[in-house]
Design a protein around this ligand. Structure first.
Ligand SMILES: NC(=O)c1ccc[n+]([C@@H]2O[C@H](COP(=O)([O-])OP(=O)(O)OC[C@H]3O[C@@H](n4cnc5c(N)ncnc54)[C@H](OP(=O)(O)O)[C@@H]3O)[C@@H](O)[C@H]2O)c1
Length: 258
């Protein structure tokens, strides 16, 4: 594997680099990183194990593949400065909204490109990594990259025109689930559970329910029905949630993002 140079080493980049290094997919000398605040970068390098570059040029010359991991509004300026250095090399990007079409206007045609959208659960190896279908990586190069990103969760290739809705669900969805964890946690506290226990029980329940659906592939409505015994307690809660329009609320939330 060639060296990968990280342009920016914030929260998402650290999650990616940590996943690769901790799972021994790459060695510290295969991950170079540049970020403007060198002291901060160096501290993270000592913690995670990548190679910190004080000078951006050093990283650009040492690597053949790059990962753009700074904020979306910074990218146009950065590309203006490094476009020449990226000629003939590969660039992956995790910056929201910077897809293949948008990069094409800034990159030299010889720069190979792939847009990837991770989500925060990637930080614990349970992410969803959306790979935009249109890309210009070489076939083997893309397969290698997908193999690396598997270390952070599930890799999915998504047609370009569906990236928006897929990102709304996987990228914003964790916040919706966090609200559910908070709400059920509050209910637990209301009836006497210690708060930390209430959150732990709720989160494990959500993790288990998600795994059950993934593993069985069963329709979520069927899984719900299996929990609802006639005249039982669960159906009373389901009834209350239906009155509050929980499913319509989820669709409305995605409508609000799109
Ligand atoms: N966090 C998420 O959950 C998430 C999910 C999906 C996608 N993303 C995408 O990931 C990207 C990074 O997000 P983040 O949350 O990791 O941000 P972040 O923690 O704020 O990190 C931004 C990084 O960019 C660096 N940087 C700033 N100016 C730079 C420059 N001119 N050249 C090179 N590096 C520069 C910063 O360095 P200094 O600290 O030294 O200033 C920092 O290391 C965003 O584009 C976002 O859309 C994030």
């Amino acid at each position: 594997m060639k060296r990968i140079g990280f342009i920016g080493m914030g929260n998402m980049a650290q999650a990616i680099a940590s996943g690769w290094i901790s799972q021994k997919l790459l060695t510290p000398d295969q991950i170079y990183a540049y970020a403007p605040h060198y002291d901060k970068l160096k501290k993270n390098a000592e913690k995670i194990g990548f190679t910190a570059c004080r000078d951006r040029k050093e990283m650009l010359e040492a690597c053949d593949v790059f990962l753009m991991a700074c904020k979306p509004y910074q990218i146009e300026g950065i590309l203006g400065e490094i476009k020449e250095d990226l000629k003939g090399k590969a660039l992956l990007s995790v910056a929201a909204g910077w897809n293949y079409e948008r990069y094409s206007a800034y990159l030299d045609p010889s720069t190979r490109f792939q847009y990837i959208m991770p989500n925060t659960p990637a930080m614990v190896g349970e992410g969803v990594l959306l790979f935009e279908e249109t890309n210009s990586l070489e076939k083997e190069e893309r397969e290698r990259m997908m193999g690396l990103f598997c270390a952070l969760g599930k890799v999915e290739i998504i047609p370009d025109h569906l990236m928006g809705v897929a990102m709304a669900i996987t990228g914003c969805g964790p916040a919706f689930i966090d609200m559910i964890i908070e709400g059920l946690g509050d209910a637990g506290v209301k009836y006497g559970l210690p708060r930390d226990k209430a959150y732990a029980l709720t989160s494990q329940m959500i993790l288990g329910s998600a795994k059950l659906q993934l593993k069985t592939g069963e329709h979520p409505g069927l899984l719900k029905d299996k929990v609802c015994s006639p005249a039982g307690t669960t159906i009373r809660g389901v009834d209350a949630l239906e009155h509050m329009g929980i499913r319509a609320a989820m669709i409305d939330a995605i409508d609000a993002i799109m």
